[in-house]
Ligand binder design. Structure first.
Ligand code: DC
Length: 228
């Protein structure tokens, strides 16, 4: 069994890279950002302020999340039975996720869920605190980053591809604001674990990043005598 933790700021390519590696190796991929996004979306829909710790904490008992995978539709996430895989990807849901993720009760709620998933199987999990808090004993930890401008450009292109009406300057501003919120919050802030390997993807393309991480995984498995 091997557990791979990938942390880093938004837009560094964590989830696309992790998803592809998980598929190639036939292991589970856990997108922890999607879980924070689900909570953010739920709170937005209730009409509460996503920074109101009391209101957000009160919502947690009403939230049930499930993920599923099938070859045709890929990974889907369900919030109280509704497929919200697209609804959680708007810029509004991104900011809501960042806001609720600073609330300690939200982190505790998801930590339990994430740790129970990481006990049973080989997996690749991405987020902000995977190597530091969720799986501090992960066999491989990677901190994936890139310049704010290149991360904003990737996000901008994703939004445009999905037909969302956004301006690059607004996406860049949101990326910088989310970085600031995610790194400066008191509860499990975004930071690299001391034993994480740094990978800057500003000038590396998707395929290059995937093959580099795969070779790190194989090397680690060989070093520790692990199988998948
Ligand atoms: O990875 P993402 O952009 O989908 O994450 C959305 C937000 O959730 C991000 O701004 C910070 C938060 N998050 C977190 O605090 N801890 C994680 N492990 C994953 C995401």
């Amino acid at each position: 069994m091997i557990r791979v933790a990938i942390d880093g700021p938004s837009g560094a390519g964590k989830s696309t890279v992790a998803k592809r590696i998980a598929k190639d190796l036939s292991i589970i991929y856990v997108d922890t950002g999607a879980m924070y996004r689900c909570i953010g979306l739920y709170v937005l829909r209730q009409g509460f302020d996503t920074k109101d710790a009391q209101a957000v904490t009160g919502c947690l008992a009403q939230i049930h999340m499930e993920t599923s995978y099938d070859a045709q539709n890929g990974q889907r996430i369900f919030l109280n039975g509704e497929d919200v895989s697209e609804a959680i990807r708007t810029s509004e849901a991104s900011m809501a996720a960042s806001n609720v993720s600073a609330i300690p009760a939200v982190r505790a709620f998801l930590l339990e869920l994430q740790q129970s998933m990481a006990k049973k199987q080989s997996l690749i999990m991405d987020g902000r605190d995977i190597g530091t808090v969720v799986i501090p004993d992960a066999e491989l930890k990677i901190f994936l980053t890139a310049s704010p401008e290149s991360r904003a450009k990737r996000r901008y292109l994703e939004y445009i591809q999905k037909g969302q009406d956004v301006q690059y300057e607004d996406v860049l501003r949101d990326v910088i604001l989310r970085d600031k919120q995610d790194t400066s919050r008191a509860a499990a802030p975004l930071r690299a674990a001391d034993d994480a390997l740094f990978l800057d993807t500003t000038y590396i393309d998707f395929e290059g990043t995937v093959s580099h991480i795969k070779s790190l995984i194989f090397h680690k498995m060989q070093q520790l005598g692990l199988s998948l």
